[in-house]
Structures are given as structure tokens and as C-alpha cells.
Write a protein that binds this ligand. Sequence first.
Ligand SMILES: [Zn+2]
Ligand SMILES: [Zn+2]
Length: 406
Amino acid sequence: QGLMCPEHKEEVTHYCKTCQRLVCQLCRVRRTHTSHKITPVLSAYQALREKLTKSLAYILSSQDTVQTQIAELEETVKHTEVNGSQAKEEVSQLIQGLCAMLEEKRATLLQAIEECQQERLASLHGQIREHQAMLENSGMVGYAQEVLKETDHPCFVQAAKQLHNRILRATDSLQSFRPAANASFSHFQLDVSRELKLLTDLAFIRAPEAPVIDTQRTYTYDQIFLCWRLPQHSPPAWHYTVEFRKTDAKAKGLKLWQRREEVRGTCALVEYLDTDSVYVLRVKGYNKAGFGDYSEDIYLHTPPAPVLNFFLDNRWGFNRDRLAISKDQRAVRSVPGIPMLFAAERLMTSCHLSIDLVIGDVAITQGKSYWACCVDPSSYLVKVGVGLESKLQEWFQVPQDVVSPR
Ligand SMILES: [Zn+2]
Ligand SMILES: [Zn+2]
């Protein structure tokens, strides 16, 4: 006799896969199993047995892996214990340091109060003694009364000379009476609200937040000058890791990130890039708490041709009032000013053009060149171009009849 259905007391004949339980004939027709996957017990037996055998065989054949994983877990347990204890020890030491410093501070502050208190008490006691000397039955008053009884003139003068000074001083202190010391200790109060707040805020340091790429200061030539900053309330970073990779639509899968590690400061130069390519870059900060989140990816397109290396000649060929060559002789800037205004005036009233010319040390005879131009909002009409040598010579010879050589 096989297993019985606990509900219907019938022998179980089938297995409901959906409910994962054995069912009898009566169960089968019940509404609860409508549209459920129901198989005869035999096929369920065969299927399950096969699966179980397979799984068991897999486990038995993977004993090495099981051992390795157990070893790894045990190693992790050890590390957890060691690192946890170490972290506790470090925090405990730091707090102990704080306590020691607080204790030291307490001693210094109490010492200051104690000294002041002693000094004041000494003054006050002195003043009390002075006043007690003025009491009717005191030594000084009694002595004075005795001296006054003296009738021998020289003797009287001899005795009264010192005494009178003492009496005068006593009278003085009587008339201009005020306690020799202030009883208030209001200037020995502490305000620890700031320190309490700091202590309340004392918490485990957090890793730096995700940096924000500063697109205003980031430039792409054949190098990328990448700038970023941390969000305002981010914990500070000790250094940064900059990662970059070329995106290649044709290549299958993504290239690996290349890394620039331990970058101090908030900008980095990425060199040796391919021309006319899109690079994706990201940054993350690091401090005692480890690495923070990555910045958002930034996609930058390198120029279509290598950068032309040239120097501008700063000796001749241009109007110094209107053009200024940069220190590295790689850039030239149009200088606004009176001559520029006059030039602009002519431009407004007639068709005269003001052409400024600067010569470089490299002659370009072919190919495409790209020039980076920055036009300020306050600029007048600006056109930039490269001159043909023959046209330039013409222009030098007859500068009045200007035909734009561009
Ligand atoms: Zn049943
Ligand atoms: Zn079922």
C-alpha cells in the first residue's frame, strides 16, 4: 500500500508540478489544480531521480571546489576578525587620545580658576585683617588710645609718628571702601556647544562623493586636459584615479579602461591620444575610507588632425598695439583699446578693414588645418584666416589697397 492522500484517504497516483505535491484521483479533478502541470507518479519519479542523480554527481565531482570555497570563507572569517579588531583598536586609541587631551585641558582650566581664587581670597582676607584692626577693641585702636595718654612730648612724637601713618591708611581704606576682589567668576565660564556639536557629528569618515567634471575648464587637443571638482559637501579626497578609453563603434566589446592613478589636484593631462576619436573619461576620489563613486562619463572628441607645432614670430609683421603674442608664442590675442576703437570707427563709417597679421615659423603648403579661436563677448567683428604667401607679399608692398588675403 502506497502513500495516501491525507485529504481523501485515496492512494496518491499523480504529482502536481505546480503545487509541488502528490495528489490522488479526487485531488486531480479538484478546481485547485485546474490548468496545473500534473504528471503520473512514475514519470515524476523518473524525472526527479534523474535530476537528483545529476546534481549529486556534480556536487561529488566538485569536492575540490567545495574545499577551496570553504578555505576562502575561513580566510574571510579570519580577515573579518583581524580587521574588525584592528578597526576597534584604532578608534579606541583615537578616542583615548581625545580623552587624554580633554583631561589635560581640564587640569589647565581648573588650575587657572584655582590660582585666581587663591589670589582673591588672599586679598580679601588681608582686607578683613585691615578692617579688624580698626575695631574698638583691636590692638591698633587700643595702642592709639594709650599713646594719646602720653604727656611727655618727645615720647609722644616718637610713638605717634609711625602710628599716625597706620591710622591714616586705615581711615583711607574705610572711606574709599570696596572689596579687594570681585566675587564673580563669570569670566571663567566655558561654552562647549561647538565642541559638543563636533563630538555629536563625530562619525566614520566617508569616501569622497562622485566628482563633477568641469566642462568649462576641460580641453581636448591631441591631449585631453580634464578638470573636475568634488561636490560642495563631499568628504575631501587624498587623490584621484582618472580612467579613460577610446570608444570604437566597430570594435566588438569595449576596450579596457586605462588608468592614471594617484592624481593629486583636480585636473589631469591625458596624452598620446589618437586623432579624430571619441574618448570616454571618468574620475573617482580616494581617501582613508577608500574609493568613492565614479563621476559621470564624459565623451570627448579629439581633433581630426594632429596639432601643428609652430611658434609665432614676435619680432615683426604685426601691429603691437592691436595684437599680443602669448609667452609660449603659440597664441595671439587681439587687444581692445583706442587703436582698436579707431579701427572699428572706420569700419562703421566706411568699408575699411583693419587687418592684423602675424607670421609663424612653419609654412603650410597643403592639408587641412584647424585653428582654435576664442571670441570674447565684447569683441568687434572678428575674422581669422591663414594667408597665401604670394598674397601676403602683395599686401606688404601695397598695404593701402587692401584686398583681404584670406
Ligand atoms: Zn486527494
Ligand atoms: Zn496543483
